[in-house]
Ligand binder design. Structure first.
Ligand code: COA
Length: 695
């Protein structure tokens, strides 16, 4: 039995602060519990005694036996005073009361948690609207009394929005398995609620409204355990970038909290909606549709224009229109007028009515080469809308479960009525074509096969890496010197061209000859971050003479532009032939931990922001997705006669960085910029590593 079973399926509940006054929260909760047909014991507590809604009222919590759930609806101060007693009587405490950490009253909230801990009970809230669970059934919220039962589980961080969702779900006739608001998350968070819904047989689709996650890492761990058949749609509020964060790398400055959420959701197979409207459309579609068995989509329409709009939208979302003309002709030719078109979109023309739609839909449902149907209808003045509505609903119901079918009906009052009626029958129907297509896309995404996350440890010289990190920590240095960063990457198995640190002109000449001209020479100093800006870099050094000049020039420039900088020496590296510059990096997010980044590198990375993120560590498959995800991927794949770059070498580099930063937690930021990619191989040119030094 799941530990949260008593919360979702309580045998007994107590309402602390049950109110005699109609309209007060403490009265509505009691009313809703009774109205939901709750079969367990109900204990009402109020010092005024008497009866509330026909139930006896106990003077004190001392007068009742232990319960599975206590619902607290007394003002915050009283809630804190009673916390110990309540915790001693209940396994779960739902604190509806507001006035805690959300307005800065941390201590009061802490007191609730301490009381619960002392007695081994758990808290939902405070500052929540309660819980509805169809399993019990119980509606212990102060929202609407009537909640339809179904297969959608809702977790909302916002109480007010959660209540609004109940209303919206009722309007769209969506059935809920459970709705929980988690409020201030003083104790129970979305992680545990998710783990309950994952094993709850009544829940198929989970809709989450998230404002922030303090425990992103734990969240990812639980979502990884999501059973294949459960689908999650999330609406994350606040797309704004992270506030001022002390970052010292490109990766850090590009990884705003929103980008990280996006990456985490994508990686975890959670569909992220941009608006409540989208979220509800997707939830309704996924809750009511079977999985698509293949990629062939057929559009059936009575208006060419609407068909084109849908076809364009399908292209935008990457949905595949079935294009076997011979088959399409065979399937649809005799269900349309001569001037119709069986090409996809299948155009039944403006004269099509209920009969034509019935025939075409039946053909589409019955043919196994077609995997999903988008049926569109443009309202015509003279149409027999009533009969069309009945036909669409009847035919859909007859084939329900065979394949996904979504409908978009465009027009006035008549089509509005059809859509409303179809929604009542839990059929995915929309007013806008775009909404139907986006929902079908969401359905396909929800059933996309997830790759098995295989992260094999790879051989790295752990001891050598540890030595470099420890040395810096001992010296209190957080910024590793260029050659130290490169050494770490070399030990991690990346391809780092030969490099040496020269501390004087003689060494510079010796190393340049050892490495072989042409070489690049760069100043190495903890105090100089932007080496080029101070004239600390000379490229294409061809011979000893040039090496001497370069050494002197760099030293002169640095002394002039960065007077106080402590200079370690000059790094001599092999001058590499031009290739495609990419950036691979890692940063640390307070909630999700290590985050990886990949993008096209060079000077444009901060401007174009064409980068992808993942939470580390990742599998090679996931690294491949990161590479393919950036808009400039065609440049790597080879365009206009240019050869394909060594994408496997990039994948290997990202994979290794994921393992490296995961293994060595002290690495807080890392940039390889650029990682130059060739037709064969990918080489580290410049590297920066920041480590966390405990103060
Ligand atoms: N034990 C049990 N009941 C007690 C009590 C005690 N020690 N002391 C008082 N009560 C009773 C009161 O007598 C009252 O009952 P009555 O109406 O029959 O007289 C009832 O508890 C409620 O107390 P009251 O002082 O009237 O509070 P209230 O109803 O005005 O407000 C809350 C209580 C919890 C609703 C309010 O403090 C609150 O937090 N509101 C916001 C809730 C919210 O929005 N939550 C987040 C949703 S997302």
């Amino acid at each position: 039995m799941h530990p949260l079973e008593p919360l979702f399926n309580p045998q007994s509940v107590a309402i602390i602060g049950a109110s005699h006054h109609e309209g007060k929260i403490g009265n509505i909760v009691v009313h809703n519990i009774i109205a939901s047909g709750y079969k367990g014991e109900i204990y009402l507590i109020n010092p005024k005694r008497g009866k509330i809604l026909g139930l006896p009222v106990y003077k004190s919590i001392d007068d009742i036996p232990s319960v599975d759930v206590a619902i607290v609806v007394v003002p915050a101060k009283i809630a804190v005073e009673m916390a110990d007693k309540v915790a001693s009587k209940a396994k779960y405490i739902i604190v509806i009361t507001s006035g805690f950490s959300e307005i800065g009253n941390m201590d009061m909230e802490q007191k609730l948690v301490e009381s619960a801990r002392k007695h081994g009970s758990r808290i939902l809230g405070p500052n929540v609207f309660g819980i509805f669970s169809s399993k019990a059934p119980i509606n212990a919220t102060f929202g609407p009394a009537e909640i339809k039962k179904g297969n959608i589980g809702v977790i909302s961080q916002s109480g007010a929005l959660g209540i609004a969702m109940i209303g919206k779900a009722a309007e769209d006739n969506l059935g809920l398995s459970a709705i929980v608001s988690i409020g201030n998350k003083a104790d129970l968070s979305e992680v545990e609620i998710l783990s309950y819904l994952f094993q709850d047989e009544l829940t198929k689709v989970i809709f989450m409204y998230i404002e922030g996650l303090e425990n992103g890492h734990e969240f990812m761990e639980i979502v990884k355990k999501k059973p294949e058949e459960k689908k999650i749609i999330a609406l994350k509020a606040g797309r704004s970038r992270a506030g001022a964060r002390a970052v010292a790398s490109h990766t850090g400055s590009l990884a705003g909290s929103d980008e990280i959420f996006d990456a985490a959701f994508r990686q975890a197979g959670i569909l992220r909606a941009d608006s409540l409207e989208d979220a509800f459309n997707w939830v309704a579609t996924i809750a009511a549709s079977p999985p698509p068995k293949g990629e062939n989509v057929v559009i059936i329409t009575n208006g060419g224009g609407l068909g084109v709009v849908a076809a364009d939208a399908c292209e935008k979302y990457g949905l595949k229109l079935y294009d076997d003309m011979e088959m399409l002709q065979k399937i649809f030719e005799d269900v349309m007028p001569e001037f119709g078109s069986y090409k996809n979109p299948v155009d039944l023309t403006g004269q099509a009515g209920a009969r034509e739609y019935e025939l075409a839909l039946r053909r589409a449902f019955e043919n196994d080469a077609i995997h999903a149907i988008l049926a569109l209808y443009c309202e015509r003045g003279d149409a027999e809308l009533e009969s069309l509505m009945n036909t669409l609903i009847r035919v859909h119901k007859e084939y329900e479960g065979k394949k996904p079918a979504l409908y978009a009906l465009f027009g006035g009052e008549g089509t509005t009525k059809i859509v409303t009626e179809m929604k009542k029958n839990r059929i995915p129907a929309f007013y806008e074509v775009e909404d139907a297509v986006s929902s079908l896309h969401a359905l396909y995404k929800a059933y996309e096969k997830r790759d098995e996350e295989k992260i094999e440890d790879i051989e790295m010289d752990d001891d050598a890496i540890r030595k470099i990190i420890d040395a810096a920590i001992n010296e209190g240095r957080s910024r590793l010197l260029s050659h130290e960063a490169k050494e770490i990457l070399l030990h991690a198995g990346l391809d780092v061209p030969p490099f040496r640190l020269a501390r004087n002109i003689d060494e510079a000449i010796e190393y340049a000859n050892e490495i072989g001209y042409p070489v690049a020479m760069k100043v190495v100093s903890e105090d100089i971050i932007h080496k080029t800006d101070v004239g600390g870099v000379v490229l294409n050094v061809e011979n000893d003479e040039e090496a001497i000049d370069a050494y002197e020039l760099i030293m002169k420039n640095c002394h002039m532009h960065a007077r106080r900088a402590r200079i370690e020496g000059i790094e001599i590296t092999k001058m590499l032939p031009p290739g495609t510059e990419t950036i691979v990096g890692a940063t640390t997010d307070a909630s999700f931990g290590k985050v990886l980044m990949f993008g096209l590198g060079g000077i444009y990375v901060e401007v174009l922001k064409d980068v992808s993120f993942r939470i580390a560590p990742i599998s090679k498959k996931e690294a491949e997705k990161m590479v393919r995800e950036i808009d400039s991927y065609p440049i790597l794949a080879g365009i206009r006669g240019e050869k394909r770059k060594d994408i496997n070498a990039i994948i290997d580099s990202i994979y290794r960085i994921g393992i490296l930063v995961n293994k060595f937690g002290e690495i807080s930021e890392l940039d390889i910029n650029p990682l130059i990619v060739y037709e064969k191989g990918a080489k580290v040119v410049d590297a920066r590593i920041i480590i966390k030094v405990k103060k």
